[in-house]
Structures are given as C-alpha cells and as structure tokens.
Design a protein around this ligand. Structure first.
Ligand code: SAH
Length: 216
C-alpha cells in the first residue's frame, strides 16, 4: 500500500475543488488532504480516488463522494476525544476522517464481506481508534451507548428511534432522510425528551437496510 507524491498532488487538486464547492472547514480539508483515499478503493480504480465522485466498492455499495464526507463531517461538529457512532462502514474512508479529527469511532456495517475487508484495511493502516462491528445499525449499538455524535451514511426513510435514544443530551445525529433523494437532517438532543431537527441540502445515498447480510 503506497502513498506517493503523485497521490499527494492529486489530493491537493481535490482540496481546491472542494474549496470551490464551498467547503470552508480547514480541519476537515486537512483530514482529506492527509488520508490516502485511493487505499480505500480497489487498486484498479485508483485513478478515480481523487475525483469528487462517489464510487462503487462492491456489493452494490459506494464510497461517499469527498464533498459529501466533508458536508456530513462539518454538520457533526467533531471534537477531539468524542465518542462517535457511524452507521454504514462501507470502505472505512469516512471513519478514517473522523479518527483523524481525534474522535473515538465505533462503526457498524451490515454486510459481512465489506465488514471483513474494511476491518482488515483499517488495521493495516494502523487506525486503531476505530472499532468495527458487524451489526444492523438501525438498532444502533446499545452496549456502547450513549454517543456524543451519530453519523448515518446510508439513506433512511425515517429516523430510527434507537439512534435518537443512544445520543447524549447535547449530542448530534446527522442522517440523510428520504427515498430516492434525501434531505440531510441534523438532530440535536436538547433534553432527555426533546430533539430539534434541521434540514439541509439534497443528497443521494444507498439505502439503509434492516437485518444482517452474511452472504455478501
Ligand atoms: N461511510 C462509507 C459509505 C458507505 S455506503 C464510506 O465512507 O465508504 C453505505 C453503507 O451502509 C453500505 O456499506 C451498506 O452496506 C451500509 N448499511 C446499509 N444499511 C445498514 C445498516 N442497517 N446497518 C449497518 N450498515 C448498513
């Protein structure tokens, strides 16, 4: 697994593109310019790693577009040492960005092949602050709750109640809500019983599905 000057140059260009699209959070731009995104794609698709696009990672899933990663991470207001739950590990790229920002990451994937592959990759990359789980993320991770932040990287028809209940008071949940097209939603738990919801731009994610898939 190599990260060369050429890759670093491509990342610089990607950062310029993201700035042009309105990304202003310097910490997030630094994370994106540091994490070698090409290592999260199969070798044959390396060339595509630094284009601002989502890309297939197998099993009908995609690695999120860098712009989307920056957008969701910004809404999450990540601070060092925070305990963050991510639903939809996929390639592990978003989890790596959160870890770079100093979070303690718990990431959940429902597809066994992706889970196995990404667990190994994160281990090889030395990202030890990321804990991976093969589970149905719609149920959250009750054994490890509560979480300061929760990030869902798949499209939800409705906000799963389990996720709301696993947020700390003052905690933030970022989740794309809708069917074909989703609105990015940010939920803040303002008291044990009250939540505020804000809606942002439109996105298109692969669907959040219930149950485990051990075959794929
Ligand atoms: N965050 C990922 C992008 C993931 S794509 C990255 O950075 O690459 C969405 C992922 O969510 C897919 O891998 C899909 O299998 C997973 N997913 C869908 N429903 C899920 C559920 N209920 N629990 C856990 N993972 C789920």
């Amino acid at each position: 697994m190599k990260d060369t000057y050429r890759h670093k140059g491509l990342r610089k260009k990607l950062i310029t593109t993201l700035r042009e699209k309105g990304v202003v959070n310097e910490q997030i731009l630094e994370a994106i310019s540091t994490i070698p995104r090409h290592l999260f794609l199969e070798k044959a698709f390396e060339e595509w790693a630094y284009v601002d696009k989502a890309f297939p990672i197998g099993n009908q899933q995609t690695i999120s577009q860098p712009y989307t990663v920056a957008y969701q991470t910004h809404l999450l207001e990540v601070k060092k040492r925070e305990k963050i739950l991510e639903i939809g590990t996929g390639s592990g790229y978003q989890a790596a960005i959160l870890a770079y920002l100093g979070a303690r990451v718990y990431t959940v994937e429902r597809q066994k092949t992706l889970y196995d592959r990404t667990k190994e990759l994160l281990y090889d990359l030395g990202l030890k602050s990321i804990r991976t789980f093969l589970k149905d993320g719609m149920l959250g991770l009750p054994d490890h709750a509560p979480f300061d932040k929760i990030l869902v990287t798949a499209a939800a028809r409705h906000i799963p109640k389990a996720l709301l209940s696993q947020l700390t008071v003052g905690g933030i949940l970022v989740i794309p809500v809708g069917e074909e097209i989703q609105k990015m939603c940010k939920v803040i738990r303002i008291s044990p019983t009250k939540y505020s919801r804000m809606y942002y731009d439109d996105f298109q994610f692969v669907p959040l599905l219930s149950g485990l898939n051990k075959k794929e």
